[in-house]
Design a protein around this ligand. Sequence first.
Ligand SMILES: Nc1ncnc2c1ncn2[C@@H]1O[C@H](COP(=O)(O)OP(=O)(O)OP(=O)(O)O)[C@@H](O)[C@H]1O
Ligand SMILES: [Mg+2]
Length: 381
Amino acid sequence: MSIQFTRLALSNWRNFRSVELELQERMFVVGPNAAGKTNLLDALKFLRDVAKPKGGLATALDERVGFTHLRSLHARFNSELKVAVTVNVDGVIWEYELALNGSKTRPFRVEREVVRRGDQVLLDRPDADDSKDARRLEQTHLEQVTQNAKFRALADALASTVFVHVVPQVVKSVQMRDVLRDAPGSDFIEQLAGLPNKKQKGALRRLEKLLKFAVPQFDELRVMRDKRSGTPHLEAKYAHWRPQGSWQSEREFSDGTVRLIGLLWAILEGKAPLVLEEPELSLHEGIVQTLPQLLHSAARRHRRQMFVSTHAMNMLADPGIDPREVIVLEPTDQETVAKLGSEIPEFVSAARSGLPLSELVGARTRPYRVSQLPLPLVAEP
Ligand SMILES: Nc1ncnc2c1ncn2[C@@H]1O[C@H](COP(=O)(O)OP(=O)(O)OP(=O)(O)O)[C@@H](O)[C@H]1O
Ligand SMILES: [Mg+2]
């Protein structure tokens, strides 16, 4: 299945009052701390959480501490929260729109739920049944298999988005691998261990090939299970002065190696849209600089969409990055404004001249008061 989000529209979503963005196959989200990068991408995660098996609107809202925390504090007279997307699923254009509202007496309700397939409206709520039984507006039709048969392909596509934020400490600690909610993708060793033998070998070989470029002395990877507990471990062989080299498990890997393997695994395997939060963490800048190319070729291979939030300007040093692929978040005292690089004239002219966007993005996203930071932080004695 090939899935591509081509439009994202938000109203009163967290620190955004109004967002309307056209999306490409590869998107970089940039902005200063607290600009809303995580919040913007959370809109896709929210739809995933509503649509996924055992998901649903109530749980998705609960996980975000409820509707009132999600609705923008900047919301004005029109206080409706809206998430809308256009998705191309195997060449078919789907539109999904979900608007919610709530009050003190009624925590939340579906204000509107619309599904379009091309020009055809397949769902338009509230409908006559909803007006007979208002409790129906506590659920979406997206989450109900009995209601979404006509747009199952859309529901499956929205549910399939993969979010990855590999946390080395979680990967390294067997106990912590269960605490995956805030570290999705950190269970990649279990995922590798669960593959049938031949597939696992293929995956390990693909990872090895890329790791050899990035990690000095790295030689080979294998998955081993603890004889007593059955817990899988990833082991790497490093070429040392010992003729046979030596094997180490993930507990001894450097944090950067763990993140890189998790990241490469997420990029290489699967075809559903992939969201990577700050993939540059713990990685050498030489590797960070190659990530856009890697994402590009992985995206091309499977026509897989990739979203990346980043603070690493050298991630944007590749002159092949189109301004339409960059979402720039600019906080104001009222709300955060989300713009495409193609709406910013300097970005467009830099790209036309074959210049990388990194410096322009850096200048635009640098907190404007950072140079006024009072230093030294502690008064001299
Ligand atoms: N309902 C809401 N209304 C308005 N603002 C909100 C709401 N919910 C969260 N925020 C604000 O959103 C900001 C956090 O945004 P987010 O975590 O997406 O930033 P970020 O760009 O990912 O930052 P970082 O680079 O530090 O990870 C916080 O300042 C928070 O106060
Ligand atoms: Mg963030």
